[in-house]
Design a protein around this ligand. Sequence first.
Ligand SMILES: [Zn+2]
Length: 429
Amino acid sequence: MNNTILKNGLVIHSDGQKREDILIENDKISAVGDVQDVVTDIKVIDCTNRLIFPGIIDAHTHMGIPIKGGNSVDDFESGSKSALNGGVTTIIDFTVLGKNQTLWESILERHKHAEKSVIGYDLHCNITRFDKNILKEIPKIINKGITSFKVFTTYKEAGMMLTYNEIEKVARVVSDNGGILMVHAEDNNVIEKASTPLIEQNLTDPKYHAIARPAEAEKIAVENIANIAEKTDCEFYIVHLNTARGLKIAKQSNKIFVETCPQYLLLDDSIYERENGQMFVASPPLRKPSDCEALWNGVIDGSVDVIATDHCPFMLKDKPKGIPFQNIPNGMGGVETLFPVMLAQFRERKIDLSRLVQLMSTNPAKIFNLYPQKGTISVGADANIVIVNPDDILDNWTDKLVSITDWNAYSEFPAVFPEKVFNRGKLIS
Ligand SMILES: [Zn+2]
C-alpha cells in the first residue's frame, strides 16, 4: 500500500479555498477534509503554509512533431518529464494526419509515440484533409472515446487548411455526435494578402512575422467560426486566441470556448526587435500590449476558459539569427513553466487562485471529458496534486528546469516552482 496524508495545507479548489487534509491511497484521493482518524501504515506530510492545487492539465501540446523540415525538440518522454517538474500531470496532444492515413490510423500512430509519456495524456484528433471518408469516420472516432477534433483556417501551403464550408460540414457531424471542434483561427486570405508583398520586397526580419499574420486574420476567422457555431449548434474551442478583437467576438457566442496561452498574456510583438527575436516566432504571432491587457481582463472576468501552452519547443540552433521569418520553425516551449510563471503572475496581479484552478485544471478537464477523474481534488479523483510554497518566488530559476531544450521564453519573469508533485499517487519532489 502506498498511503499518504497531506496535513494542514490550504487546498485551492475551483470554487474556493479551504484548509483541509487529503488522504491518498495508491493512485487515488480517498478522503478530503478532516481525516486524522486514519492510523495504519501511513506517511504524513505536513503542508502548513503550503498551497495545494489539483494537477495542472495542459490541453495543448505538440510533442515531437515535424515542422518546416525539422522536428520540435521534445518527444513524449522528455516533454512529459519537464511537464511534471512544473506541476503539469496531464497533457492533451494532437494527432498528425499522414497523407494516406485514416483518422483512426493517425490516432494509433500517435499513441505509439505517446506511450513514453510519464504522465497521463489524451489526444485531440487533427483533421487536416477534407473528404467524405473523413466525415464518415468522425462518429466512429467519437464512439471510441476521442471527442475533440481540430481544424485549421490557414496553412494552405502546408496542405492543412479546411475552407469555412468544409469546417461547417465537419462541425455538423461533430455536433450530431456530441463532440467538440477546435479551431486554429487565422484567416488564410488575410495572411496571404499581408505576407506576399513583404516576402516580395525581402522584408523578412522577425518583426515582419507579426505584420504578415495581422490581428485582422483572427478577427475574420473567429467571425466565421461564430457564424458556423450558430448555424450548426456545434461547440467550438478556439485555440491560442490572442487578440482583443478576437476575444470580443468569441465572447458573444455561447457555443465557443476560448483558450489563450502565457505567451499572448505576457509577451508583445516589440520582442521581435530584440537580438534573439527569431526565437519568439510562433503562429499566431505575439500582439500589442493592449491585446495582452484584454486577454488578462478575460482571464479575470471568465471570458477566457483555458490557459494552455501550444508547447512546441526548438533549440537555439534550430532558429538561427537571420533566417527569413517565413522559414523559421514556428513554436516555443512552455509546458514546464506554465504553472510556475502563471502562479507568480496571479499572485502579483492579485487574481483569485481559484481562477487559476478553473483555467488550468477544472475547465480543460470538463471540456475534454476528463472530469471528475482529473481537474479536481475530491474523493475518487486521480491523486494528481501540486504542493507549493507561495513565498518561494524566484527571479532566477532556469537551473530548476529539467527540459532538454536550451532556451526558455519566460526567463525574465518570476516563477514559483512546485515543492512536491504527486503523479497518480506517486510522489515526485
Ligand atoms: Zn498548437
